[in-house]
Write a protein that binds this ligand. Structure first.
Ligand SMILES: NC(=O)c1ccc[n+]([C@@H]2O[C@H](COP(=O)([O-])OP(=O)(O)OC[C@H]3O[C@@H](n4cnc5c(N)ncnc54)[C@H](O)[C@@H]3O)[C@@H](O)[C@H]2O)c1
Length: 313
């Protein structure tokens, strides 16, 4: 089975590719290796992926329609896992165009090729950001969605495009609303790795009073693996979360207990206007659907991440 993973050199795409390659799937990766964060991370991940014989890689931008069309002409794809996107909530305040480029144009090029080539199974990365600020915790997938930043809006649009395509063209499209995924080979622009990589100063937004429903990367891999095996789902949305929000100050304590940096100064800064105060999703629907219920505790996930960081820093 040939699986296309877009964004294969990104955090989730890389980890999922390795997971599936070890299970002997044929993985075809696409990534434009953009410089949203240090390209060294992406190149290092690619170097590791290339060690697998069952991995094939193409470097191009998904917003380039001719290249995407050519790719689908040349490759037989059975299933698509679309993870490529311009990520980042705060970055979307000053760079909305990048989100239209990758998340709207790029995704539509994928969707349209899937329609034309009768590729019926697509898994798509959406985000908890589609919800916006809410009080009704834990948030169920049936909750109304009101993104408060442009990033979340593009993800909402991805879900809407998918629903229409699924209904009109009889495609199985599963949109996964990821809640703050963390773990080995993570993103240096996201809180956990950014904090671990700080030795002198760390900007702590909203005095660390945010709550985030942290989700460990290996749980994400296992859930997607189970979803690949399911068919005939039509259009469906799932929260991918551990259903256990933690305050950022608590997470900092947990990391400090394992990796204390005596010279690190915390610089408290205000609430950023694109940020939501709390994320907390219900994971009942994905548990019922996949029977995956062994979510990794935050203690274990952080301990794995810190061990990995100490080895790889
Ligand atoms: N990590 C999280 O906590 C989280 C939370 C919610 C949603 N998501 C979503 O999950 C997906 C994966 O996230 P991630 O954390 O791995 O992000 P990431 O930035 O590490 O990975 C995305 C990858 O896509 C590539 N890419 C971006 N635009 C592209 C384009 N136009 N053409 C080709 N490649 C392109 C990037 O180079 C990058 O390697 C994204 O869609 C993201 O929005 C992630």
């Amino acid at each position: 089975m040939n699986i296309l993973i877009t964004g294969s050199c990104g955090f989730i795409g890389f980890n999922l590719s390795i997971f599936l390659l070890k299970k002997k799937f044929k993985v075809i990766g696409i990534d434009n290796l953009n410089n949203y964060y240090d390209v060294k991370f992406k190149k290092k991940r690619l170097q590791l992926l290339k060690k697998y014989k069952n991995f094939k890689f193409y470097e191009f931008d998904l917003a380039d329609q001719k290249k995407v069309d050519f790719f689908f002409k040349k490759n037989k794809i059975n299933s698509v896992i679309h993870l490529a996107a311009q990520a980042g909530v705060r970055y979307s305040i000053d760079h909305p165009k990048k989100y239209v480029h990758s998340n709207i144009v790029g995704f539509h090029n994928i969707l349209e090729n899937c329609r034309l080539k009768s590729i019926k199974n697509i898994i798509l990365a959406s985000s908890s950001s589609v919800y916006g600020d809410k009080n009704n915790f834990p948030l169920k997938e049936t909750e109304s969605i009101n993104p408060k930043n442009f990033y979340g809006l593009t993800k909402k649009n991805n879900e809407e495009m998918s629903e229409i395509y699924s209904k009109l063209y009889n495609m199985n499209i599963c949109a996964l609303r990821f809640f703050t995924v963390y773990g080995e080979w993570g993103r240096p622009d996201m809180f956990m790795l950014k904090y671990l990589m700080s030795y002198k100063k760390f900007d702590l937004y909203n005095n660390g009073l945010h709550f985030r429903d942290f989700t460990y990367i290996q749980d994400v891999n296992e859930i997607i693996f189970r979803l690949i095996k399911k068919r005939n789902i039509g259009f469906s949305v799932f929260n991918i979360c551990s259903n256990k929000p933690f305050k950022i100050t608590r997470v900092i304590q947990m990391i400090d207990n394992l990796f204390y940096r005596p010279k690190l100064k915390i610089n408290k800064v205000g609430l950023q206007k694109a940020d939501v105060i709390k994320t907390h999703g219900s994971n009942k629907k994905i548990i019922n659907y996949t029977k995956f219920n062994k979510f990794t505790s935050l203690e274990t996930g952080i301990s794995n991440l810190v061990s990995w960081y100490k080895k790889n820093q």
